[in-house]
Design a binder for this molecule. Structure first.
Ligand SMILES: Nc1ncnc2c1ncn2[C@@H]1O[C@H](COP(=O)(O)OP(=O)(O)OP(=O)(O)O)[C@@H](O)[C@H]1O
Ligand SMILES: O=C(O)c1ccc[n+]([C@@H]2O[C@H](COP(=O)([O-])O)[C@@H](O)[C@H]2O)c1
Length: 220
């Protein structure tokens, strides 16, 4: 399952779990993108943070693993390279590529789109707010439990001091707070450069800084 995972959330995890169950997969490899070229106009968090959040989110599931192939390969991330690298690492595996309805509708714009089908089976999963139709030639469609969660919304919520508990795994909530990620989310997504220091805009709050209301432990 490839994604920018900025941050990884329960929509990704439910989709992966459901595909693994329906297709009886031995392993789901989460592959955070290095440089997602179709998001070049957007601010994307440093790859190591996205990788580590993905490791934290998947750690408790023995069939979930995380690959560095896309973040260790220089240049823009193309799925054709992802699949070739995974095939070299796992020569005997039959590969599946899991993608949500929004990404799937763009597949024909991906690099070497026509070659992709020979490298993996493509599974398109439902996603609230996006129509699921088979745009790619050989995409198989699967309905998964609806999770109306997006990374964009998670980032915005942190930037607005709103909680992201239960939208992302607990460890990811804590990682976001510890590294003070997304505190400028709304402004960055509105087109500001990422070079602004957090404290230039948001005065430090609480002993460790960060978003106290977004990270305090839930009660009750
Ligand atoms: N809630 C969801 N349900 C099903 N699939 C999802 C969901 N969220 C993301 N996906 C799929 O997971 C893959 C990786 O998504 P990505 O990391 O870009 O997350 P995102 O929430 O779409 O991020 P952003 O809001 O920043 O664009 C894509 O194929 C996407 O369609
Ligand atoms: O190969 C391409 O040209 C290509 C273009 C856009 C997206 N992708 C892949 O699609 C997956 C989801 O991407 P994203 O940007 O929605 O997180 C991720 O694995 C990307 O590398 C791939």
């Amino acid at each position: 399952m490839g994604g920018t995972f900025d941050p990884i959330h329960h929509g990704h995890l439910v989709a992966a779990s459901e595909v693994a169950s329906v297709f009886d997969l031995d392993e789901v490899v989460f592959v955070p993108t290095g440089q997602p070229w179709q998001k070049a106009d957007k601010h994307v968090t440093e790859a190591e943070h996205r990788y580590l959040m993905t490791v934290i989110a998947t750690a408790s599931n023995p069939t979930f693993t995380v690959s560095r192939v896309d973040i260790d390969r220089p240049g823009p991330t193309f799925t054709i390279d992802t699949l070739r690298d995974l095939a070299v690492e796992r020569p005997d595996a039959q590969l599946f590529f899991i993608t949500g309805a929004d990404a799937m509708s763009q597949i024909l714009t991906w690099k070497n789109a026509e070659e992709l089908w020979s490298l993996a089976r493509f599974i398109g999963v439902t996603r609230p707010g996006h129509e699921l139709n088979g745009r790619g030639r050989d995409v198989e469609l699967l309905e998964v439990p609806a999770m109306a969660i997006s990374s964009t919304d998670c980032r915005r919520r942190v930037g607005e001091d709103k909680p992201v508990w239960y939208l992302v795994p607990d460890g990811v909530v804590q990682y976001i707070a510890k590294h003070r990620l997304y505190r400028l989310a709304g402004r960055l997504e509105d087109g500001l450069s990422s070079g602004i220091e957090d404290d230039d805009v948001f005065p430090t709050k609480g002993k460790h800084g960060g978003n106290p209301s977004a990270v305090e432990q839930p009660t009750g």
